[in-house]
Ligand binder design. Structure first.
Ligand SMILES: [Cu+2]
Length: 439
C-alpha cells in the first residue's frame, strides 16, 4: 500500500453510539444513511447503516441474556444479519439461502437468541456482504462477563477502511474482478472508530475492544501510550494473556486488550505500512489517576469450552486454490469463480462434511494461493493448533498466510448447517466458501 493512496490522515472522530438496553426488544433498521467518513468539513458519504448511522448501535447484553431483535430492512435490496462469533441456534445465524430466506426490501425478521459467551462480537449483513458491509451495514455486539474485570474504561475500537472518491462518495465496483482475484477491495482511507469516552487519564486502566470490520484488509495494529496485554481473541479469553506487540487483525477478527495508560500523550492506534506508520486514530488523555494501585493484568473468566477428543478426531483437509497468478486464472477458468476450496468454487448441494453432534474434527487448512485468507466458521469456535501440536487461541476466524498451512481443531457440537468461508468478503464473493452440517 502506498501512503499517497490515503487521501487524508486524521485522528479518531467520535461516532455517535445508540446505546440499546439489553433484554428489551431491539429494533434494528437497515437503511440508507449519510456518514461523516472523511474529516469534519469534508463532504458526508452516502452509505448504508442501522438506526440512522454506521456503525450501527452498540448491542449490549450480559452473558446468558436473551437478545430479541426485530430486524427491518429498509434498503432497496434483500438483506439479513449475521451475529459474528456467537454460538447460537442455526436458525438465527442470518445466512440467506442456508439458515433463513433473504429479508426482502421492506420486510422484517425476528432474531432471538441467548448470548452464551461473554466477549467482543459484532453483527453484519450476510447478504451480498462484500457490498453491504463495505457500505456500512455492521455494528458491535458486546456481551459482558458476569464478573467484570477491574478497569476504568471499556471502549470499542472498530477499524475499517473505505475506498473513497474525492467528492466524498464511495468508489463503485464492489464486484471488481481484479480486486477479487487479489487481496479484495482495499480502501484508500482507514480509521479507528472510537466510542465517545469519559476523560481518560494517565494511570487509568482501560479495556480496548478492537474489531476489524474491513471487508478485505488485514490490519497489523500498534498501540502507543499504553502498556498491557491481549486478554481475548475473537471474543474468547486467553488462558495466558499475550504481549501487545505483533498484533494482527484479519477481517472479522477481534482482540480485547487491557492496558494501563502510561503517557500524557494520546493513546494512538497505528497501522504500520511499508511507507511508514499510518495513524488510524487517537484517544485523548487528560489529567492523572493517582489512586489506582499497580497490579498484574490477569486472565478473564473463561467461557465454557467443550474438550476436543483428539484421539478420535475426524481428519479433513481444506485446500485453498485460485486467485491471481494461479493455474486456474491462467487457464481462464474464471467467470466469477476465482477461488476454490478443494477444487470447488461456491456452494454445492452437499456439505464438505456431515458431523455427528459432538464430533471432533482436525481440519488442515492449506493455502496454495499467493494471498492470505482469513477462514471463518459459523456457529462454532475452534482451536488453532501450533506446529508443536499445542492448542493455542480459541477463535472463529483464522488467518492463513500465502503458501502456509494451519490445523484447526473443532468440536462440532452446534446442530445445523454452517458456512465455512473466507472472510475477505471479495474472496467469498468469488467462490471461497463451503458449508458443513452437524446432525
Ligand atoms: Cu480469502
Amino acid at each position: 500500500m502506498n501512503r499517497r493512496d490515503f487521501l487524508i490522515t486524521t485522528s479518531a472522530t467520535a461516532l455517535v453510539p445508540h446505546i440499546v438496553l439489553a433484554s428489551a426488544p431491539v429494533e434494528l433498521v437497515a437503511q440508507p444513511v449519510n456518514a461523516q467518513i472523511l474529516p469534519e468539513g469534508e463532504p458526508a458519504t452516502p452509505m448504508l447503516g442501522f438506526n440512522g448511522g454506521t456503525p450501527g448501535p452498540v448491542l449490549r447484553a450480559r452473558q446468558g441474556e436473551v437478545l430479541d431483535i426485530r430486524f427491518q430492512n429498509q434498503i432497496s435490496e434483500g438483506s439479513a444479519v449475521h451475529w459474528h462469533g456467537l454460538r447460537i441456534d442455526n436458525a438465527m445465524d442470518g445466512v440467506p439461502g442456508m439458515t433463513q430466506d433473504v429479508v426482502e426490501a421492506g420486510g422484517e425478521f425476528e432474531y432471538s437468541f441467548r448470548a452464551p459467551d461473554a466477549g467482543t462480537f459484532w453483527y453484519h449483513s450476510h447478504s451480498r456482504s462484500w457490498e453491504q458491509v463495505a457500505k456500512g451495514l455492521y455494528g458491535p455486539l458486546i456481551v459482558k462477563e458476569l464478573t467484570l474485570p477491574d478497569v476504568d474504561h471499556d471502549l470499542i475500537v472498530m477499524i475499517d477502511d473505505w475506498r473513497m472518491i474525492e467528492d466524498g462518495t464511495l468508489a463503485d465496483g464492489f464486484e471488481n474482478m481484479h480486486d477479487q482475484a487479489h487481496q479484495g477491495r482495499l480502501g484508500n482511507f482507514a480509521r479507528a472508530l472510537v466510542e465517545p469516552v469519559t476523560q481518560v487519564r494517565r494511570g487509568d486502566r482501560a479495556r480496548l475492544r478492537l474489531i476489524n470490520v474491513a471487508t478485505d484488509r488485514i490490519f497489523p495494529v500498534e498501540l502507543e501510550g499504553v502498556e498491557g496485554k491481549v486478554v481475548a481473541l475473537d471474543g474468547m479469553p486467553l488462558v495466558d494473556p499475550q504481549e501487545l506487540s505483533g498484533l494482527i487483525l484479519a477481517p472479522a477478527q477481534r482482540a480485547d486488550i487491557i492496558a494501563d495508560v502510561t503517557s500524557a500523550a494520546p493513546i494512538s492506534f497505528v497501522f504500520p505500512t511499508r511507507d511508514g506508520p499510518y495513524l488510524l486514530g487517537e484517544i485523548p488523555v487528560e489529567g492523572a489517576n493517582t489512586t489506582r494501585q499497580p497490579s498484574e493484568i490477569s486472565a478473564l473468566t473463561p467461557n465454557e469450552i467443550a474438550t476436543p477428543d483428539t484421539d478420535n478426531a475426524v481428519s479433513l483437509t481444506l485446500t485453498m486454490e485460485g486467485g491471481a497468478m494461479s493455474r486456474r486464472m491462467m487457464q481462464g477458468m474464471m467467470g466469477g469463480d476465482i477461488w476454490t476450496f478443494n477444487g470447488q468454487s461456491g456452494l454445492t448441494n452437499t456439505p464438505l462434511h456431515r458431523f455427528e453432534r459432538g464430533q471432533t474434527a482436525r481440519i488442515h487448512l492449506k493455502n496454495d494461493t499467493r494471498f492470505p485468507h482469513g477462514i471463518h466458521l459459523h456457529g462454532h469456535h475452534f482451536f488453532e493448533v501450533e506446529a508443536d501440536g499445542n492448542l493455542s487461541a480459541f477463535r472463529d476466524t483464522t488467518l492463513v498466510d500465502a503458501g502456509e498451512a494451519r490445523d484447526i481443531l473443532c468440536v462440532f457440537d452446534n446442530p445445523g448447517r454452517w458456512l465455512l468461508h473466507c472472510h475477505m468478503l471479495g474472496h467469498q464473493a468469488a467462490g471461497m466458501k463451503t458449508w458443513v452440517e452437524v446432525a
